[in-house]
Design a protein around this ligand. Structure first.
Ligand SMILES: [Zn+2]
Length: 66
């Protein structure tokens, strides 16, 4: 099984009600920030971690050793 390669965190800005979703893949360093209620909802709904795993550049090279 593949280990945890990143994280998805959803929070709200201090001012207003705008949700912010941060996605970070620690394997390849990809970082995405999504803001806006509809966009965040769609983004989370699409399983970005699973989705990213299929396209992760670190994953495509096979086992990464540091
Ligand atoms: Zn990645």
């Amino acid at each position: 099984m593949t280990g945890w390669i990143g994280g998805l965190q959803v929070r709200r800005t201090d001012r207003g009600q705008t949700p912010v979703a941060d996605f970070l893949c620690t394997a390849c360093g990809t970082f995405r920030r999504i803001t806006g209620r509809d966009k965040v909802r769609d983004f989370v709904h699409a399983n970005p971690i699973t989705d990213h795993r299929a396209t992760c550049s670190a994953n495509q090279k096979g086992t990464t050793q540091r």
